[in-house]
Design a protein around this ligand. Structure first.
Ligand SMILES: [Zn+2]
Length: 405
């Protein structure tokens, strides 16, 4: 099959006007000028999109699809009020609700042109939802535990979940681990999870330096996470004196930061932290609309990119976002980031962060045909960032059409 468009936007190479992409067995076998491709394959079916920009599917580097049912149920503006609402809302969900919520989230991803996700799951319903939807992704098993007396149990449960996920015979889905955050995971648990990640080569995604309150908690052992939150979470009697370190330095000391690690949010980071990210090869999941919803601040994306850190883009969940809409997310990135950089963040950077950089994230022969077509008549294909979800004409993963209009 050949797809023809007004442009092919390979992302890792120059845009091609009047371009085409040939797909064979779910893999891109050729990309270039449509006349050249048709000359080599004259008998092949061609699907043409007038004013269609053919580009790699978007990679959503940070999501929690199981929270899709929480839309509008958690207050924005204050992180602590928000997380309390989230804990409360989660108590009313049963196993079926979680699965429905994950399925709904997976559909929203596809309708936004997202073909790969880095998704965190506590209920493990994301595996089934992602598989059924035909998406690609890394599913990170969320782990929490601040009470060291209960760590053995937590690790035991994780091993069972890892074993179950290993039985999933779907090469589009990989498994990772997600230690939730420095205020919900003890140092000992972080260290244990770093070891498991090392042994098994598993990727790690953790929320890091999302709020100013988190930095106060990690450094001084005080603030909202030390009192009201710890009580609600059931760790009120666990001692925590702070570390005299910032969140990033602290997690580095725990051994959790490596080239397999994705740091979600990374808002309150300074030059020294960015240098740690660079030196360790940590990737960042930038979540501009979630940060805005929660009023947590704006991440130094320009400085991280300039330092050579891989920064991808994440929607986070509908519990802390108005919508799952990658176009809105792209436009919400800091204005110092140019259109080309925005597109890279939303595609190849995310793919590399997930360890999928050699398989997806750009239009290149040999990569999987995870492709979208967006209708946009601009003379500059990078202005695809001005499009909206309703301009999506085609979404495919490995050559399978998941959505078309
Ligand atoms: Zn998150």
């Amino acid at each position: 099959m050949i797809i023809e468009g007004s442009w092919v936007l390979p992302v890792t190479d120059k845009p091609i006007r009047s371009g085409g992409v040939r797909i064979q067995n779910g893999v891109i076998s050729a990309a270039g000028k449509i006349v050249d491709i048709e000359r080599v394959y004259p008998d092949e079916d061609v699907i043409s999109f007038k004013n269609g920009i053919i580009m790699p599917g978007f990679v959503n580097l940070h999501s929690h699809i199981e929270y899709s049912a929480m839309h509008g149920r958690c207050r924005g503006g204050s992180f602590i009020a928000w997380i309390k609402d989230l804990i409360k809302a989660a108590r009313n969900m049963d196993a079926n609700d979680w699965l429905d919520s994950s399925r709904y989230g997976a559909e929203l991803m596809i309708e936004s042109g997202i073909t790969s996700i880095g998704d965190i799951t506590k209920t493990d319903t994301a595996f089934r939802a992602i598989e059924e939807a035909g998406l690609r992704g890394v599913v990170f098993l969320e782990v929490l535990g601040f009470d060291d007396d209960k760590i053995d149990r937590v690790i035991h449960d994780l091993y069972i979940r890892l074993e179950k996920s290993a039985n999933i015979k779907n090469n589009r889905i990989n498994t990772g681990i997600s230690p939730h955050a420095p205020y919900t995971v003890s140092r000992k648990l972080f260290e244990a999870l770093a070891e498991i990640s090392d042994e098994r080569g598993l990727r790690i995604m953790t929320h890091i330096s999302e709020t100013a309150e988190e930095e106060v908690f990690v450094r001084d052992g005080t603030g909202v996470f030390a009192d009201s939150f710890k009580k609600i979470a059931g760790w009120g009697d666990v001692t925590w004196d702070g570390t005299d370190l910032g969140s990033v330095e602290y997690l580095d000391a725990c051994g959790i930061l490596s080239e397999r690690t994705i740091a979600a949010h990374a808002v309150w980071v300074d030059e020294a932290d960015i240098e740690i990210f660079r030196a360790r090869g940590v990737s960042i999941a930038h979540c501009p609309r979630s940060n805005a919803y929660l009023g947590t601040g704006s991440a130094p994306v320009r400085r991280m990119l300039d330092a050579g850190v891989t920064v991808g883009l994440g929607t986070d969940s509908l519990a802390s976002n108005q919508s799952i809409d990658i176009f809105e997310e792209i436009r919400a990135i800091d204005r110092s980031i140019n259109p080309e950089e925005r597109i890279r963040m939303a595609t190849i950077n995310g793919a590399r962060a997930l360890g999928l950089g050699d398989r997806v994230g750009s239009i290149e022969p040999g990569k999987f045909a995870d492709i979208i077509v967006v209708e946009n008549d601009s003379d500059d294909p990078y202005m695809v960032i001005s499009s909206s979800k309703s301009d999506l004409r085609l979404v495919m993963v490995e050559g399978n059409v998941l959505y078309e209009t």
